[in-house]
Design a protein around this ligand. Structure first.
Ligand code: PGA
Length: 243
């Protein structure tokens, strides 16, 4: 399986700029070895998906509700993302966990809803800086994985140390590799042999300058890219670093 390079546009992109970005990415996406995904704001999933139809770039959402439908003002059901043209959804991003108090149990419920609606979930885990300084990063990520992933999980995991997101700082290559090897072991214990098929993305200040080194590390199955995914040339350069 090739690596997956996923762009998390977060709360960026009015229609005109989202369309320009999508088209610029599509123009450079031919002949790449990796899988490509963009996750724009939900308001532009449908037009961005239209612009990317027939290209190798897939479209996803950034969150969904656990319920199928109902009285949840402002929320989006997984089936609504699917209906808008998304095939993937990011779940449990640290900004959701922090800004909206999402728990592992809520993330697990969202994973089930996403899968039921035909979306492939990308489940984010990662420690805070205080937790890493205390040497607790594996305990924290292990707990998040245990609480967020169903026993039959078949999506993607993204390791995103909270302190590396949007800061320009990344763990050392040895620390990224160690965490990815740890996550793989957890997945194999939890899921059996199918745990081998789960891609483990690294996310947190991935940029064209560090992508080759990060994408070459053991058990790194791709990248979840925030800031650098908003500039087509940077996102494509990261994609060219992938295998
Ligand atoms: P960043 O964000 O690349 O801007 O650090 C990554 C993410 O939050 O997914």
């Amino acid at each position: 399986m090739g690596q997956l390079i996923a762009g998390n546009w977060k709360m960026n992109g009015l229609l005109a700029e989202a369309m320009a970005l999508a088209k610029a990415i599509a123009n450079g996406a031919g002949g790449l070895a990796c899988d490509l995904l963009v996750c724009p704001p939900a308001t532009v999933i449908r037009p961005v998906g239209g612009a990317l139809a027939g290209t190798p770039v897939a479209v996803g959402g950034q969150d969904c509700h656990a319920a199928v439908k109902g009285a949840h003002t402002g929320d989006l059901a997984a089936a609504m993302l699917r209906d808008a043209g998304a095939c993937w959804v990011i779940l449990g991003h640290s900004e959701r966990r922090t800004d909206h108090g999402e728990t592992d149990a809520q993330v697990a419920a969202k994973v089930a809803a996403a899968v039921a609606a035909g979306l492939t979930p990308i489940v984010c885990v990662g420690e805070t800086e205080a937790e890493r300084l205390a040497g607790r990063q594996e305990a924290v990520v292990g707990t998040q994985l245990a609480g967020s992933l169903p026993g039959d999980f078949a999506g993607v995991v993204a390791y995103e140390p909270v302190w590396a997101i949007g800061t320009g700082r990344t763990p050392t290559e040895a620390d990224v590799a160690a965490m990815h090897v740890f996550i793989r072991a957890v997945l194999l214990r939890r899921l059996g042999p199918s745990g081998q098929a789960v891609r483990i993305l690294y996310g947190g200040s991935v940029n064209p300058g560090n992508a080759v080194a990060l994408m070459g590390l053991p058990e790194v199955g791709g990248a979840l890219v925030g800031g650098a995914s908003l500039v087509a040339a940077n996102f494509l350069e990261i994609a060219r670093a992938a295998r």
